[in-house]
Design a protein around this ligand. Structure first.
Ligand code: 5AD
Ligand code: SF4
Length: 423
């Protein structure tokens, strides 16, 4: 979501006649787009701001946008008096105001809903993989999560707006569409005639656009994985056989305290249905270890579910207490060394499962999407339907195909190697 927000900010400043520079010392305006989902990311913001202040041009204006801006608000000016603006994740479209009056201190951390999507210019050329936000905010109240506070209640964009953005992306270069939302599969839009549109409707319509060859969406909440959406995995070959559906913990007790009201059985039942619809589907998860009160036995249950589902491409985090969340006030917070230890054990298991899965791909032919050359310029990086990186030798004369059938010849934990299948 932040990558997408940054693209839109760049497009907005382009429309004001500005161009991007890679060198902070050359910039007239410097914007740090921030994430507050874990404490570590928040802490990094102020050290990074200090670094920027020391190297930026004296009259360059700088500030923060995104969730840390909303979390810290006015206090950001106290911590860093040189800052010029602090704009929350739903008010960064107000940024041009600071260009008119660079000496003011611009603060706006309001929850303005979906306003920003309509007020900002579109990207002129869509990236090959284009993110399309369809929903913002979250109505689930996981007790550890700051998102409902920073991004506000869940709102779905209108079906017409989403399809207009998707068509625009397709017409200006997109080959893959990734629908985005904090709770993307909860997407629900009711039009003026009372007609309800769901994520499955967006997928079906997008699959009809010839330029779009691949579709995916992230991030999904388990209980919102409705049958109409599961059927899309059976009916729409353009929908990739890969789904991020975080379980967070394998312990029913921890899930209860996290306020994630699903049982392991119901979660596994959804995975069974998905596998019945698309036998080659692979699932990815986010995990939190060291949630308040997590016992050795709770953690063992997380390890157990990771092995059982054989998650690929997963993310695991140490629990970090966040302001405005219930879990931060819970008793039995877990010591840092135990969190660190559990994270290392889980990571090593997830890596092993990933390596095993990557090895099962050897000998298979996968249709992959080109991301461009690697650092050496001698290879091309492709992305498989399971989001693995696949490295292929660059053809001598041919232009690289944006989509290509690649036979996988080798694999390790981090990536695959392959060769083009010639017809
Ligand atoms: N501590 C650790 N991880 C968190 N996440 C969200 N809040 C926290 C927190 N307080 C993780 C969840 C979520 C991902 C985006 O970040 O796993 O799925
Ligand atoms: Fe946060 Fe996701 Fe839970 Fe919403 S569903 S509160 S975004 S972890």
């Amino acid at each position: 979501m932040n990558v997408y927000d940054s693209w839109r900010i760049a497009a907005m400043l382009n429309a004001q006649g500005m161009v991007a520079t890679k060198n902070v010392a050359d910039a007239d305006i410097i914007i740090l787009n921030t994430c507050s989902v874990r404490e570590k990311a928040t802490n990094k913001v102020f050290s990074e701001l200090g670094r920027i202040r020391d190297i930026k041009k004296q009259d360059a204006i700088f500030g923060i946008v995104g969730c840390v801006a909303r979390e810290v608000g006015r206090n950001a000016f106290r911590r860093m008096p040189d800052l010029n603006f602090v704009l929350g994740p739903q008010s960064y479209h107000r940024l041009p105001q600071i260009l008119q009056d660079p000496d003011s201190k611009l603060l706006n951390i309001d929850l303005t809903g979906l306003e920003k999507f309509d007020e900002m210019p579109q990207l002129e050329h869509a990236p090959t993989v284009s993110y399309i936000p369809i929903q913002e905010g979250c109505n689930h109240c996981c007790t550890y999560c700051i998102v409902p506070y920073t991004r506000g209640p869940e709102l779905s964009r209108s079906y017409d707006d989403v399809m207009r953005d998707t068509m625009h992306a397709a017409e200006t270069g997109a080959v893959e569409i990734c629908f985005l939302g904090q709770n993307v599969n909860g997407y629900k839009y009711t039009d003026a005639n009372g007609k309800i549109f769901r994520l499955s409707d967006l997928i079906r319509a997008t699959a009809k656009i010839p330029e779009i060859r691949r579709i995916r969406f992230t991030s999904s909440y388990p209980t919102e994985m409705t049958d109409d959406l599961i059927e899309m995995f059976r009916d729409e070959p353009k929908l990739l056989p890969f789904l991020n559906m975080p379980i967070q913990s394998g312990s029913p007790d921890v899930l209860k305290r996290m306020n994630r009201p699903y049982s392991l059985d119901s979660y596994l039942e959804i995975i069974e249905k998905l596998r019945a619809a698309r036998p080659d589907i692979q699932i990815s998860s986010d995990f939190i270890v060291g949630f308040p009160g997590e016992t050795d036995d709770d953690f063992a249950q997380t390890m157990d579910i990771a092995r059982r589902v054989k998650y690929i491409n997963s993310y695991s985090f140490k629990y970090s207490p966040r302001p405005h969340t219930a879990a931060a006030l819970m008793p039995n917070q877990i010591a840092e060394n135990i969190k660190r230890e559990r994270l290392a054990i889980l990571d090593s298991e997830l890596n092993e499962i990933q390596r095993e899965f990557n090895e099962t791909c050897i000998g298979k032919t996968l249709t992959c999407l080109c991301e461009g050359p690697d650092k050496t310029g001698r290879h091309l990086i492709y992305r498989t339907p399971y989001m693995q990186q696949c490295i292929v030798a660059k053809p001598k004369n041919d232009m690289p195909a944006i989509m290509a059938d690649i036979k996988i010849t080798a694999a390790n934990r981090a990536s695959l190697r392959g060769e083009f299948v010639k017809d």
